[in-house]
Design a protein. Sequence first.
Lengths: 313, 344
Amino acid sequence: MQEEMRMDPRVYLMGEEVAQYNGAYKVSQGMLDEFGPERIIDTPIAELGFAGIGVGSAMNGLKPIIEFMTFNFSLVAIDQVINSAAKVMSMSGGQYGCPIVFRGPTGNAGMLSSQHSQNFENWFANTAGLKVVVPSNPYDAKGLLKSSIRDNDPVIFMESELMYGDKGEVPEGEYVIPIGKADIKKQGTDVTLVSFGKMMKVALGAAEELAKEGISAEVIDLRSVRPIDYTTVVESVKKTNRLVVIEEAWPLASISSEISYHVQRYAFDYLDAPVHRVTSLDVPLPYAPTLIEAILPNVEKTVKAAKAVLYRN
Amino acid sequence: MEKVKNKASKNGKASQTKHPKERYQFWFENMLLMRRFEEKAGQLYGQQKIKGFCHLYIGQEACASGAVSASIKGDKWITAYRDHGLPLALGSEPNALMAELFAKATGCSKGKGGSMHFFDKEVNFLGGHGIVGAQVPMGAGIAFSEKYNKTGKVCFCYMGDGAVRQGAFHEALNMAMNWKLPVIFVIENNGYAMGTSVQRTSNVTELYKLGSAFDMPSEAVNGMSPEAIHDAFYEAAERARRGEGPTLLELRTYRYKGHSMSDPAKYRTKEELEDYKNQDPIEHVRGVLLENGWATELELETIESKIKDIVNASVTFAEESPFPTADEVYKDVYAEADYPYIID
Ligand SMILES: Cc1ncc(C[n+]2csc(CCOP(=O)(O)OP(=O)(O)O)c2C)c(N)n1
Ligand SMILES: [Mg+2]
């Protein structure tokens, strides 16, 4: 964010606790000092209001970054995201666009119970006019965030509370990662594991376990769920003939159902087994660790699913 | 701390100043264009040449005209779906607006918006919005960017009386006041949100008083009087340009027609309608022009027939224009030219 704000004076950051408090999760540490209160703006707790202010300012020439403390709270503002940001370009016949980034953490983040542990990637991905980016590691997060800020369309950028502490190689210098290009994290021949965001750790962990048993998994990080890089997935399935999708959201009308549709439509003759998926169970996520363990996707469940499509046990 | 002004009579504050001849001439022509354009639109709707939802502005014309005369070039405008009046008042091409109603490719929004979503960047009209109240924070955001860029321009953000019951309204007013955004919040209080009267939605029926929750300068204005509206808008805009932040104006007005074309408006009395028609802003301005010898009957008739020609020409233009072709489907959704749509 800092690098982009230094380069483009139209970019500003707005949200709850982003300025004086340095961010609820310290994401905007030091930014108030560097850019001042005109560009790093604390808001009252009024998601609908400040999302709308962001949209109006984007239509009128600025490039706002609107932070939701978490995406659970974005539901209060979803009208402005779906009905305003995603629609003004079309409704105005191309006269007004909305170059805005809505960002913040998504997904479960420890024992926070059901209102603070949700994944709405598929909700936003369903809406034409938006782009939805979900990085899985620090290197990607920087390159994808830069692309998102530079993008002239509204971008939903979904981070992870649990990964804010992650450490990884992040070059100081300038680089961008294009939105809509999946990343093949690990080449493999026996089964394809597709995931994105925090669940990439599960996918990669499962691939490691499978390797111990001589199973070679190809692991794909979608990086964005709108648009989705279907080509990379289909090409991989044509090679491995088997697919498991891992996703933190609930199963119905999810990214995994979408990928499954696409693969049966465009790689049907290549499939040697039905597509399987590992999602959260179809219930709210409660407080108790035992229940969380039972509900969320994990390495063990993923390994089991991979073996199922390989007809092994 | 500013005190909320409480100068409201039943109809809101009247004008205290004398306005020049040219302004009355502008108002007359400007309001008459809106009136005739919409009368024609109503007819065409009856003939099913115009489809969708269609909300007429007839009766409320002063709220646009009196505002436009008090604004400067570069000021921004946003409103809800009752949006035919503002762009017409701002000087949008009637042809493009009529074509939009006809869903034609030559429409101001290329036939993609329709009646509820007129947009015209030429005149800084940032739209017609269909979610009641959503344009209120957007208007604050437009003002935010004017302040950010230190332009000295303001945003006029219109809404109906129904919109003030939305949370978005209260959130936006609060932040706009706290941040001294150059925005004028304009409530067009026509007494009803669809069939629900203002009295039935809250104990607070003098809507300008809602500004007091945020210490915002607020007043009720006679919404049938272009003079009063001009004065109030000018004062509010000047305050905003000086960096002193927003104003809430409640324009007490009336829509002569139903909420939309399908509404026979049975929830109100004939007397109430007649009472407002007797205060018709166009008739009022016509009277002032004649009484002062600023125009003759003949001159006003010439204007009438000129406007009739403009409106008729816009219908011809709209009828002769093509519908958007199917290749438009994937245009104007993303700024990105080669977005990879899912095409099964
Ligand atoms: C959020 C939302 N709820 C309901 C509607 C349906 N609706 C359209 S117009 C309207 C009445 C609004 O009245 P008001 O704000 O007074 O504006 P007016 O029509 O009088 O100009 C309603 C309820 C809507 N468009 N948006
Ligand atoms: Mg109303």
